[in-house]
Write a protein that binds this ligand. Structure first.
Ligand code: NCD
Ligand code: ZN
Length: 350
């Protein structure tokens, strides 16, 4: 006997464990899109200049809180941008005082605003050792930047060249491999039983590299790490719907204006905050795993970070296709919303 299809799903309010909010006019425009549906988000520090110190993270958090719509109960959780000059004592203080939740490692030059990232991993070892002592997680952008490595292989190569050595040299450091895009990363996380988790974005569950390149180039699907082959997308979906506590949502919603996307050398980043939960419900529904959506979006990440899950609820309802704006207006110009390429039948109940 088959049970009746689920058309209504009530879950703890989700958290986004990897989000770009930017600053100024862009912050004011994109923040409501996340605050509307999410309880918390881990906010990336790749501003210009980057958010490196406890003082900078505290000031950025204040700007985010000031930009929140009236009555929004959204909590930004801050990250510090790891540089070769980062002071271990400042990091420990930021953690102890609740100013920063995690430290973010960008290999120098790996992605948008990553110029001040790390070149020599031995230089940041004292910071990583201090973080291991105090239990503060390291979020890593897992791509090598060696120009000799093919862009589609950069994540898999990162595991061998950087991630494994860090785990060996700094035992006990808790690491999140962010926005994983390959079967290699999924397998590595699955086979590692301690101190390692991964976030998965909404868009990497939906697009593969054909979406970017076949039948014309689609800049709005270009992000880093770049989407890979279909077999990798399938591995990501299997990991996300598995209920395995080591995998959780980090949307990597990363707004750039259309003017900056549609260039001969356009910016990397997909803006998905507006329709992310509808997209995810669709993916989990198609996989017959709606019951595991809550673990992926609301439970696993909170558990990894040692936080209680939100005591507020969010309800998703299935019905006629949802209308969402194809673009949102910002003070800097329009930003295009992620287009999953199929109708979204799940909407978040107001
Ligand atoms: C991000 C951005 O625009 O800040 N871009 C992206 O393609 N994901 C940076 C990042 O997370 O790599
Ligand atoms: Zn990102």
């Amino acid at each position: 006997m088959t049970s009746a299809p689920i058309t209504r799903l009530s879950i703890s309010r989700p958290d986004d464990w990897h989000l770009h909010l930017r600053d100024g006019a862009m912050l004011r425009a994109v923040l409501p899109e996340t605050a509307r549906h999410f309880a918390r988000a881990l906010v990336m520090p790749n501003l210009v200049p980057p958010v490196v110190t406890a003082a900078q993270a505290g000031a950025y958090r204040d700007r985010i809180l000031a930009a929140l719509p009236e009555g929004a109960a959204f909590q930004p959780l801050m990250t510090l941008y790891l540089t070769e000059e980062t002071d271990p004592a400042d990091v420990a203080r930021a953690h102890a005082q609740g100013i920063a939740t995690a430290v973010k490692l960008y290999p120098a030059g790996a992605t948008t605003n990553a110029a001040s990232g790390v070149r020599d991993f031995d230089k940041v070892r004292p910071v990583l050792e201090r973080m291991a002592e105090i239990g503060m997680p390291l979020c890593v952008h897992g791509e090598v930047t060696d120009p000799a490595v093919d862009i589609f292989d950069r994540e898999a190569v990162f595991i061998d060249r950087v991630l494994k050595p860090i785990r060996r040299k700094v035992p006990g450091l808790r690491i999140v491999m962010e926005h994983v895009t390959t079967e290699d990363a999924v397998d590595f996380v699955r086979d590692t039983h301690k101190d390692l988790a991964a976030t998965i974005t909404t868009h990497h569950l939906i697009i593969n590299r054909n979406h970017i390149l076949a039948g014309g180039i689609r800049p709005h699907f270009y992000c880093l790490p770049v989407a890979k082959r279909e077999k990798h997308r399938i591995a990501l979906v299997q990991a996300a719907v598995s209920g395995d506590p080591r995998f959780f949502l980090g949307t990597d919603s990363a707004p750039h204006t259309d003017a900056n996307k549609l260039l001969p050398c356009g910016c990397a980043g997909i803006f998905s905050a507006t329709n992310t939960l509808s997209c995810l419900a669709e993916v989990f529904d198609a996989a017959g795993r709606l019951k595991d959506l809550e673990a992926f979006v609301s439970i696993n990440g909170a558990k990894f970070y040692g936080l209680p899950r939100s005591d507020r609820k969010l309800t998703l309802v299935k019905g006629a296709p949802v209308a969402y704006p194809p673009q949102i207006e910002t003070g800097d110009g329009p930003v295009t919303t992620f287009d999953p390429g199929f109708p979204l039948h799940w909407r978040v109940e107001a």
